[in-house]
Design a protein around this ligand. Structure first.
Ligand code: F6P
Length: 463
């Protein structure tokens, strides 16, 4: 293989540049050229196919900095529609004209689904990334548990899970953790620590909403910030139990900090935050307002009387406040754990392509005996009987629904990821850069400005 393409798709995560870096370093060793495709699959819908040669003379370009968040080649949520054969033909033809013999997509479950039709036309592999940590399987047979309920037209099909008889074992998780997750948890845990002092000082109840769509991993990991209560989408909300616990804690310590995943559901399985029914281009429902919906329920259940009686505020509305951590948990410098393993996964993706493992995924495995290591896994094994790849939900046993905290298995799950996840340089970096006097006078220099000067187009290359 002489030349490969690489693209980053879906929402940005902190370790994308590190994954690209790992791929380029490995490609340099194998003397393979790497072209970075600008803005994910969007690049291939553009007749000019904007791209950047990431390793001229088999040296990586200086703009490729694995310690920087975001992605120097840009990302989008555009995918190739498998039903549009003409689009597929066009995209394949453009890649071929560019001399691309294999493609690496760095992305999550949406990207893996999106690239399936392409793998029948050009060798393609995936290097995983997602802060949601939802690309993977709790155990290898998990895809077989999905049941499809036919709707009118394929788009309206519904999928539910049948009862599982599989034994859950941390050592058997497929893709234990995805790059981006650890850095996101760093931000959410720090957010909890900071909100706590306000809640404590002002005798308030804080509800902090974290990302993760329908998977509760980010909420679970936020336990490192020591919130009092964590709510995850995998366990329906029991408002009675929650309010009882809040009363107990508030009586004792006069403040409560609750973390809720954005995808939490009520007893009927309805998403609390799905007030907006809009969808992004990948078809994901845009979730908004789980924390606000929860606050409304708590205000109604606790009532103003509770706060007045204790002279800790004049109303429930005043006492209970919400904060979304939002996109700060997706951006910025990746911490050591994410950088290191994203680079290994990017490097492994190159090996998979060169070895001819079409439609494979480089995965990060963990076992108590071996620790973390990378492997290749056939994407087909992620697919259900109808060919769909579902986002992984956290295994319910990682959470204790009575304590509303990670269970002992949950703690065992988190420890290998986070023990030592922050490098010394991560702490030093802040000391050296944040209050640099130059920041006050120098305008921000965007990576896009430099990369733009390196962008080449299909016509020019082949004129
Ligand atoms: O999938 C990553 C993620 O950050 C989710 O946790 C979140 O729901 C979503 O993307 C937000 O997407 P956007 O940036 O498009 O609003």
């Amino acid at each position: 293989m002489k030349r490969i393409g690489i693209l980053t798709a879906g929402g940005d995560t902190p370790a994308l540049n590190a994954a690209i870096h790992g791929a380029v370093v490995r490609a340099n060793q194998l003397k393979v050229e790497v072209y970075g495709l600008i803005k994910g699959f969007n690049c291939l819908f553009n007749p000019r196919v904007p791209h950047v040669h990431l390793n001229p003379l088999f040296q990586e370009i200086p703009e490729l900095d694995p310690t920087k968040g975001g992605t120097l080649i840009g990302s989008s949520r555009d995918y190739v529609d498998p039903a549009k054969k003409d689009d597929l033909d066009l995209v394949t033809e453009r890649l071929t004209r560019l001399g691309i013999e294999g493609l690496i997509a760095v992305g999550g479950d949406g990207t893996l689904n999106g690239l399936q039709p392409l793998t029948e036309r050009i060798p393609t592999v995936l290097a995983p990334k997602t802060i949601d940590n939802d690309l993977g399987l709790n155990y290898p047979s998990e895809p077989d548990e999905w049941v499809r309920h036919k709707g009118t037209g394929g788009a309206n099909d519904r999928y539910t899970r049948s009862a599982s008889s599989a034994v859950f074992d941390l050592d058997h998780i497929v893709n234990y953790v995805t790059p981006g997750y650890a850095t996101a948890v760093l931000v959410t845990a720090q957010g909890v620590e900071r909100i706590r002092t306000t809640a404590e000082s002002h005798r308030r109840i804080a509800i902090i909403e974290v990302m993760g769509r329908h998977s509760g991993y980010i909420a679970l990991g936020t336990a490192y910030g020591q919130p009092d209560i964590i709510l995850v989408p995998e366990h329906p909300l029991d408002i009675g139990l929650l309010v009882e616990r809040v009363r107990h804690l508030y009586d004792l310590q006069k403040n409560v900090v609750i973390v809720c995943g954005e995808g939490i559901v009520d007893a009927q399985g309805a998403e609390l935050g799905a007030e907006s029914t809009s969808t992004d281009p990948a078809g994901n429902v845009a979730l908004s307002g789980a924390a606000e919906a929860l606050r409304a329920k708590m205000i109604q259940t606790l009532g103003d009387g509770y706060f007045r009686t204790y002279r800790r505020g004049s109303s429930a509305r005043e006492a209970i406040f919400t904060r979304k951590v939002g996109h700060t948990q997706r951006g910025g410098r990746p911490i050591l754990f994410d950088r290191f393993y994203a680079a290994l996964l990017g490097s492994k993706a190159v090996d998979l392509l060169v070895e001819g493992r079409n439609n494979a995924v480089s995965i990060l495995q963990y076992s108590s005996g071996k620790g973390f290591h990378v492997e290749g896994y056939d994407a087909n094994r992620f697919r259900d009987r109808w060919g769909l790849i579902h986002a992984r939900q956290m295994h319910p046993s990682l959470y204790d629904p009575v304590l509303m905290k990670p269970s002992t298995t949950g703690i065992d799950y988190l420890l290998p990821i986070f023990t030592g996840a922050i490098g010394y340089d991560d702490a030093e970096h802040m000391r050296h850069t944040l209050f640099d006097s130059g920041n006050l006078s120098h305008p921000y220099h965007s990576i896009n400005t430099d990369v733009h000067k390196r962008i080449r187009y299909l016509e020019a290359d082949h004129a």
